[in-house]
Ligand binder design. Structure first.
Ligand SMILES: [Zn+2]
Length: 69
């Protein structure tokens, strides 16, 4: 069964975000200037820069299931 976009109900396309050689990190919205402009800090979501995700090309959103990283 194809996954549907929770915003517009279009079919989602399975693919990957490719972060090149960098791990995928999460940073909270409220971070200071230093944290924002350096490679330090952040919560590593995936050591593998290829993050599996689902994309909606209709409304331009990407969904990542962190359990599948
Ligand atoms: Zn959508």
């Amino acid at each position: 069964m194809k996954l549907k976009c929770p915003y517009c109900n279009s079919d989602l396309i399975e693919g990957y975000i490719d972060g090149g050689k960098y791990s995928l990190k999460w940073r909270d919205k409220d971070i200071n200037f230093f944290q924002k402009h350096t490679t330090f800090g952040g919560e590593v979501l995936s050591e593998d820069p290829m993050a599996k995700c689902f994309r909606c090309k209709n409304c331009n959103k990407i969904i990542i299931d962190l359990n599948e990283l």
